[in-house]
Design a protein. Sequence first.
Length: 366
Amino acid sequence: MKPKQTIVHLPVYQPGKPIEEVKRELGLTEVIKLASNENPFGSSPNVKAALEAEIANISLYPDGGAVQLSEAVAQSLGVATNQLIFGAGSDEVILMLARAFLVQGDETVMASHTFPQYKHNCEIEGAVSIEVPLIDGTHDLDGMLAAITDKTKIVWICNPNNPTGTMNTDAEIKAFLAKVPAHVLVVLDEAYCEYNTTGQFPNSIELIGQYRNVIALRTFSKIYGLASLRVGYGIGHPDVIRSINQVREPFNTSRFAQAAALAAVKDQDFITSCREANTAGLQYLNEQFAQLDLHAFPAHGNFIMVNVGRPAADVFNGLLRRGIIIRGGHMLGFPTSIRVTIGSREQNEKFIAALKEVLAEVAVQA
Ligand SMILES: Cc1ncc(COP(=O)(O)O)c(C=O)c1O
């Protein structure tokens, strides 16, 4: 029994280390996870009641089309419901995009380094990934344009980019889209867009109205704090959404996910408070990194990548021993950097205290 040829070389996804595993392995009672860009403040208090009410319906299949949720999200964004597609996380929307649009031999363009699920899903479909190096941690949009050929089907732009946290502005994305051929679908992955405070973030809803070949991806896993429930969505032209719906599994988002997301989207005060706390946390970390003479990429989401000037695996392990889980850049293409999620004030302070100890014990990389 042989699996299909396009998957034999694929690595199995390595997630951030789970808290329970670290506690068990290291005999720690308190562990802080700043590794997966989750919301340190949880989710809207309204979510709990919505989930409790949904328990009465667990024997019933969910609404495959997520009608109620679609209506609420459509209204909040000012789009039509046939412009939305929901998935089990935006991960599943990425998978469905690859499944709907790519065949063996197609080309797809993305940054190096960026969110790994684009390449992963494209390769499963047998497409060739053309990776365009980042410039100073930011998407090189001119380089990506130059990489487009007649065979290109999808261009992926992660904005802000995971793992570097950098962003491309509205003006940059507009100039880029004006030059992208109409046969190419441009995916704007905006998993962290709600954290943005620059006033320069692309207005993707407006862009989707203007370009049929643009789809934006959003998620309830980050600022909405529902990562465990797996719900994300795409916003695009109805024709693009219809194609994705054709490959969607019938009941891909659960009743709990839909009910929680519905309650969460109606509580925008919670989102505002999380954004404000994130901005304050980011400012604190940037000040601390500056004092430690460490260079960080400009961060526009709820995480920051900082160059610690030492082997990332050693810094990762040093922090882990102190009960702090972050992402080592050695896993992400940045051997002397770490990626850390902005936590609560207390978590950020504990992280910085631990980092200072680790920097003192790990030798600087020559
Ligand atoms: C850029 C980006 N896109 C998509 C996802 C997937 O999120 P989810 O499947 O939880 O919606 C993540 C998760 O870390 C991400 O960082």
